[in-house]
Design a protein around this ligand. Structure first.
Ligand code: FES
Length: 171
């Protein structure tokens, strides 16, 4: 455990305490593994997001302290990369590709169908935390568009009806 509670301000401690202990353990393990290697910041942030499904402030604070990196750098990475989320949590992530190949094959219909069914626009999380919905540039499935991914599982040649079914199955 790389943190001494006495070193931490009460407000920061409250953020750490709000994190789920088992998931926190995964993050602490990654921090301990890569301590002293500031270039491992992205790997540690991936572990944190994998554990929490997003990057809560307490986790970012912990990464900053654990890797001995300026808070601004850690927060900067978290907000710069599209793949990291500083809002959450969300139990599922739905991504719809909106790049040209998928666009020409009906991505806009999928986006409209998901927007209607979920009641949120791309970039938002449903009020119940069930689904994070976002549009992305490419899912690496360009010859099988329109493509979506559900919790990183790619789906090809998806119709609006199929997408509605996929969304309905998300808990
Ligand atoms: S253009 Fe849609 S997956 Fe690449």
């Amino acid at each position: 455990m790389p943190f001494d509670k006495d070193e931490v301000l009460p407000s920061q401690q409250a953020q750490f305490d709000a994190l789920e202990p088992t998931r926190l353990k995964e993050l602490d393990h990654a921090i301990a593994k890569w301590k002293g290697k500031p270039t491992a910041l992205l790997q540690v942030m991936h572990v944190a997001q994998e554990a929490f499904t997003w990057l809560p402030e307490g986790a970012l604070e912990r990464i900053s302290r654990g890797l001995d990196l300026p808070r601004a750098q850690v927060y900067g990475f978290a907000t710069f990369y599209d793949h990291f989320y500083t809002d959450g949590p969300a139990r599922n992530t739905l991504r719809v590709c909106q790049s040209i190949s998928c666009h020409l094959r009906g991505a806009q219909e999928l986006i409209a169908a998901a927007t209607k069914q979920l009641g949120v626009t791309p970039g938002q999380i449903t009020k119940d935390g069930r689904v994070r919905f976002e549009c992305v540039s490419c899912l690496g499935q360009c010859d099988g568009g329109p493509a979506v991914s559900v919790n990183d599982e790619p789906q090809h040649a998806v119709t609006p009806e199929q997408l509605n079914q996929l969304i309905s199955r998300l808990k």
